[in-house]
Ligand binder design. Structure first.
Ligand SMILES: Cc1ncc(COP(=O)(O)O)c(C=O)c1O
Length: 363
């Protein structure tokens, strides 16, 4: 802030470009094992700009999109005016049947996420990468809810799988997008991909070209954060540990946690008003902030509370959360996991989590 002032002073192409922006892009390309990276104001903009630009530059392109993809991807696909095919969440057989229905000459792009934030499921990236090879599709993976949090250097779930298999899975995916605003604690978004692809987006995407560059101090903060989390596994380990402890404790208390392999802890309420009431009561009565998630973000009848443990949510806080949820469940007469089952609804069977499951507490 002292050295460069508060703002970048212009767009990246006109006066707003700085050494720090280039350093951060280099650091992000290195993180994802890609030739190049490109910064955007946010990952919403990165997803929108990249998908709309690629698909609109590939005549006849068809985009295959997971049904739970984030709004930023849906918007990018819409803006591309390309044909869209939606496959059922994490259903690779459905994806393959859609891919196979087009000739090999049709340009194809598969868009999906690593960690789906509303249910915590994980995309079957190994299988999707294999399908992309078989049918000649470009792969676009949003690692927004995984960067900083998974993998030996924080590159995301793809890196975690690559670490496990001791081979580079990173090459299997063409475009990775991430945010600097969640685990990295700052703001901004990016893509990492081949040099040519990044050059193409840099040259054509209005969402990159016609907007003021990120402020240098913000970029310096993000760079420090990304570099720090490349070296430190302490935070990742603690987050996984606290997630496992939270899930185990809530299960012991018969609170209906929708199981998943990630750090997201969704607790099923099943009613919009009750979910809002539970969230309000947790805050007012117990001083605990937990977001309720209602339609249209989740289907009607699957309204939930979404808990995301962090490295700072220590065992005493987890205990406190368990007590508070027990009290709220009792007061609101909300259903326990057992009651859901008695109604013929198996909480644990609700969602397709994908086969590339990454168990929590794997560090
Ligand atoms: C899956 C996913 N992708 C992209 C974004 C957008 O990221 P940003 O907040 O950097 O715009 C979000 C934001 O919450 C998200 O959940």
């Amino acid at each position: 802030l002292d050295q460069y002032g508060a703002g970048a002073g212009g767009t990246r192409n006109i006066a707003g470009n700085g050494q720090l922006h280039l350093q951060l892009e280099e650091s992000l390309a290195d993180l994802h094992g890609k030739e190049n990276a490109l910064l955007f104001s946010s990952c919403f903009v990165a997803n929108d700009a990249t998908l709309s630009t690629i698909a609109s530059k590939l005549p006849g392109c068809v985009i295959f999109s997971d049904s739970l993809n984030h709004a930023s991807m849906i918007q990018g696909i819409r803006h591309s005016h390309a044909k869209k095919q939606i496959f059922r969440h994490n259903d690779v057989a459905h994806l393959e049947s859609l891919l196979a229905s087009y000739p090999s000459t049709t340009p194809k792009l598969i868009a999906f996420e690593s960690v789906y934030s509303m249910c915590g499921s994980i995309g079957p990236m190994r299988e999707i990468a294999a399908l992309a090879k078989k049918y000649g599709a470009i792969t676009f993976l949003d690692e927004v809810h995984a960067v900083g949090m998974y993998g030996s250097r924080g590159a995301g779930v793809l890196e975690l799988l690559a670490d496990r298999e001791r081979r580079s899975l990173l090459d299997d995916i063409d475009i990775i997008t991430g945010t600097l605003g969640k685990a990295y604690g700052v703001v901004g978004g990016y893509i990492a991909a081949s040099r040519n692809l990044v050059d193409m987006i840099r040259s054509y995407a209005p969402g990159f070209i016609f907007t003021t560059a990120l402020p240098p101090a913000v970029v310096a903060g993000a760079l420090t954060s990304v570099e720090y989390l490349k070296r430190s596994n302490v935070e990742r380990g603690l987050q996984q540990l606290h997630t496992r402890m939270t899930k185990e404790r809530l299960r012991e208390l018969n609170i209906p946690v929708i199981p998943n392999p990630s750090h997201i802890v969704p607790v099923l309420v099943g009613d919009a008003e009750k979910a809002k009431w539970a969230s309000d009561t947790l805050l007012r009565k117990h001083g605990i902030y937990v977001q309720s998630i209602n339609y249209p973000t989740v289907p009607k009848g699957e309204e939930r509370l979404r808990i995301t443990p962090t490295p700072a949510h220590t065992p005493d806080l987890i205990e406190e959360l368990g007590d508070a949820l027990t009290s709220v469940w009792r007061e609101g007469e909300l259903w326990s996991e057992k009651q859901w089952l008695e109604q013929g609804f198996d909480v644990s069977m609700k969602l397709n989590m994908g086969k590339d499951v990454v168990p929590v507490a794997s560090f």
